[in-house]
Design a protein around this ligand. Structure first.
Ligand code: ADP
Length: 173
């Protein structure tokens, strides 16, 4: 695997990458958390384009332009709401990462940044979510030549510590 996986702490809306991923809701009409931050930074035109896409099902992904963001593209994916872990949440979360990366490959996106999908309002436990995120991205990069760089953007110290620990456990295996 020639590509790079990076973990950083920060605000995803400020990153100069080809694409940032939005943890959207199925209406694609914006919300709180990272979704709200992305819409505020991108401007009204993003909402307009999202409106035309109608909706996005859980586990799937759609792409728009980035408008006023430093990123050229926004990939909107809808994570599962955590219901205790026995309702297909793991597979749906994995599917968000896979579908986002598949879109990135189709659009020749070289650098892409992910937030910790579903771990905010949707309540997915951070450690379990980060294991899925890292395993899924790793598998995709193993099977594909692109994107060249994937960045996990952690919002806050505890998320950052969690990702670093899980990544270390993962690479020691
Ligand atoms: P979800 O509904 O999928 O849980 P949230 O936006 O509530 O989405 O939270 C997803 C993750 O994004 C959480 O870990 C949250 O701390 C994080 N987050 C919130 N704002 C930002 C931001 N500006 N940049 C990166 N991550 C963010």
């Amino acid at each position: 695997m020639m590509q790079q996986i990076e973990i950083i702490q920060g605000d995803i809306t400020q990153l100069q990458v080809d694409a940032i991923v939005n943890a959207a809701n199925s209406s694609l009409l914006g919300g709180g958390g990272v979704d709200g931050a992305i819409h505020r930074a991108a401007g009204r035109e993003l909402l307009e384009e999202c409106r035309q896409l109608r909706r996005c099902e859980t586990g799937e992904a759609k792409i728009t332009k980035g408008y006023n963001l430093p990123a050229k593209w926004v990939i909107h994916t809808v994570g599962p709401v955590w219901k205790g872990g026995n309702y297909g949440e793991d597979e749906l979360l994995a599917s968000c990462y896979r579908h986002s990366l598949t879109l990135a490959e189709q659009y020749q996106i070289k650098t892409i940044a992910f937030p910790a999908i579903s771990t905010g309002v949707y309540g997915f436990p951070m450690e379990r979510a980060s294991k899925i995120a890292i395993a899924e991205v790793h598998q995709f990069l193993h099977d594909h030549n692109s994107p060249e760089q994937v960045i996990f953007v952690c919002f806050g110290q505890s998320a950052y510590d969690c990702y670093l620990r899980v990544m270390q456990e993962f690479t020691e295996k």
